[in-house]
Design a protein around this ligand. Sequence first.
Ligand code: FMN
Length: 385
Amino acid sequence: MARVLLGVTGGIAAYKACELCRLLVRDGHEVTPILTAGAERFVTAHTFEALARRESPRELYPHLTTADLLVIAPLTANTLAKLAHGIADDVLTQTALAFAGPLVAAPAMNARMWEHPATRANVQTLAERGVELVGPEAGELAEGEVGIGRMSEPEEIHARCTRLLERGSSLRGRRVLVSAGGTREPLDAVRFLGNRSSGRMGVALAAEARSRGATVTLLAANLAVPAPAGVEVVETPTAADLLRETTARADADAVLMAAAVADYRPTGARPDKRPKDDEPWTVLLEPTRDVVRALSDARGDQVIVAFGADHGPDGLERKRRMLGEKRVDLVVYNDVSRSDIGFDASDNEVVLVSASGERTVAKTSKRRVAAEILDEVAKLLPSGT
Ligand SMILES: Cc1cc2nc3c(=O)[nH]c(=O)nc-3n(C[C@H](O)[C@H](O)[C@H](O)COP(=O)(O)O)c2cc1C
């Protein structure tokens, strides 16, 4: 049994939310309906109270802190825009802004509203934030037009809610260590050798692990994006910092090394700023210690996930070998020869390589990729510990 907040907004499909409410109640979930004023022009709060077998609460806060899932169906263009921009001018949007758990949303609107650049940008924002969007579907719309905008069927939305509720607790009680970003190796007091990693993939993993109930520590190497709420953040700007902090926390249940760690560092970095002159500056690079190898050399029964950025099919072959050479449980390969995925992009496409086989996760938001990776991690974790 889970606690589900059901948001209903002012679209013509609001009547279909009654069926969604019924399906969730039938599963034994405690459903709290939250209707916008717009929704009440189409359906009444009474209908939902009868289906949920409970009155709409006067005080939402206690439900907010204990809820397992928020589902909004239908989601109007208006409320979608408010969610994207953090506007909280009614009970539903206030709830969505304050709720830290998973959010399923089923947009429904006129096809032209759906295709408008404003809506496209808002949808993209929600997808990047990890909102599970269901639909909309193509078909005949209320106005008699045909296009994309019809709300997905209640059964489909219900199935997604079920999947998320199962996922929601899949890492409860587990300690998860994630590294993110790119290390910077000092040349002198102000200059460094770095890489293009923004930290988006690691941040998405930390956020997803947190939403599944894990206690998460994020080793942050010069992130270009904010760390997610609810996770412990430890700054690890250099490869040496990352090695030290990883080793100190190596007893986590799962360790996901998504940071791009320097393989080489300049020897003898100057403590001051090297003055500018006309002479060439010769720098000698020395190899750094491999963090993943150090982890697997000292491993207990934790699940170790290594990320491998490489080029093309040959790169994939090298990453397959990494599984055995570095004795890790899962290798996530991404092809950095493509500019639309990987480094500093909001989307990713990866191949998950484990002892049991390989699986390609087609191009999608990094948050979705994170969800797929953590599904694999949950399967690899020894049960009941
Ligand atoms: C008959 C009718 C049908 C509507 N259907 C939709 C719809 O399917 N999707 C949508 O985004 N807006 C629809 N609207 C517009 C919304 O009701 C309007 O934007 C409202 O402000 C939404 O408020 P809410 O998001 O707070 O519920 C419809 C309006 C009317 C009058």
